[in-house]
Write a protein that binds this ligand. Structure first.
Ligand code: NAD
Length: 260
């Protein structure tokens, strides 16, 4: 028995990195997956790769910070498959600057993608979920949902914000059978992180090896990166019925980078 048999999931930012890993595991567990991403060619390539394995997915061109695009994307999934059981709100970017010189436009862009994006996708999915009386929403937070780091003011702010949003969805959604939880990964070697390594080295005046060892992995218990699979398993746990008693919770998956 597959854990997500006959279910429909939307995963934002699923054309790359962590989102793609989550989408792949969910598809292997029987779900049909909407690969909702800004990068349509990469979303289409992901769908083609999944189809080659016999997995069902559809590409959806979406900028999560654009209200009309999110509404249209969710409507397209409903038109194709008639239901939405799971939302994984994952799309994200990273911009780093010291706080005292963080440009306002870049601060706003970060909050628009991470917070407006999560809100808009949530709101659009809650309507069909409430109508069906069921749903599970999983936000991809970060160890930065719990702890701060230098250079990442809007990222840390937004990732903390997702914890608050998940708790509101948990309270309001309970009467409609909807749960919401947050998965908080440590560092995973995705394109987003590969881009950060030289940027942080330059900003901090240290080598790339030092960024990896002394910034990204220093707080872990074993010096290991978190993997796509580690994150995807935690998301699957929250998405599937086995976690029915859990809502408004955060699960940290970080090799002990963050403990609470
Ligand atoms: P990634 O760059 O590999 O993938 C991000 C995906 O999001 C890309 O496909 C991109 O096209 C898409 N995207 C970006 N902006 C978008 C928008 N406005 N609308 C729709 N799609 C958009 O990054 P990743 O490392 O896989 O990050 C995914 C999520 O995981 C992010 O929320 C990130 O903050 C979080 N996260 C990453 C790490 C890490 O170490 N990589 C750790 C903790 C949390």
């Amino acid at each position: 028995m597959q854990r997500l048999q006959d279910q429909v999931a939307i995963v934002t930012g699923a054309a790359s990195g962590i989102g793609r890993g989550i989408a792949h595991l969910m598809a292997r567990e029987g779900a049909r997956i909407a690969i909702a991403d800004l990068a349509l060619p990469a979303a289409e390539a992901t769908v083609a790769d999944f189809a080659a394995e016999g997995l069902m997915a559809m590409p959806v061109a979406i900028d999560v910070s654009d209200e009309a695009a999110v509404e249209a994307g969710v409507a397209a999934v409903l038109a194709a498959w008639g239901r939405i059981d799971i939302l994984v709100s994952n799309a994200g970017i990273q911009i780093v600057h010291p706080l005292h010189e963080f440009p306002l436009a870049e601060w706003r862009k970060m909050l628009a993608i991470h917070l407006d994006g999560a809100f808009l996708a949530t709101r659009a999915c809650l309507k069909p979920m409430y109508a069906a009386g069921r749903g599970s929403i999983v936000y991809i937070g970060s160890v930065h949902s719990k702890e701060a780091s230098v250079l990442k003011a809007p990222y840390v702010t937004a990732k903390h914000g997702l914890v608050g949003l998940s708790k509101v969805v948990a309270k309001e959604g309970a009467a409609h059978g909807v749960r919401a939880n947050v998965v908080c990964p440590g560092f995973v070697r995705t394109p987003l992180v590969e881009k950060q390594i030289p940027e942080q080295a330059k900003a901090l005046g240290i080598t790339e090896e030092q960024v990896i060892r002394d910034v990204m992995l220093k707080e872990t218990v074993d010096g290991e990166f978190t993997t796509f699979e580690d994150v995807a398993e935690a998301v699957l746990f929250f998405a599937a019925a086995g976690s029915n008693a859990m809502t408004g919770q955060s699960l940290i998956v970080s090799h002990g980078w963050c403990m609470e």
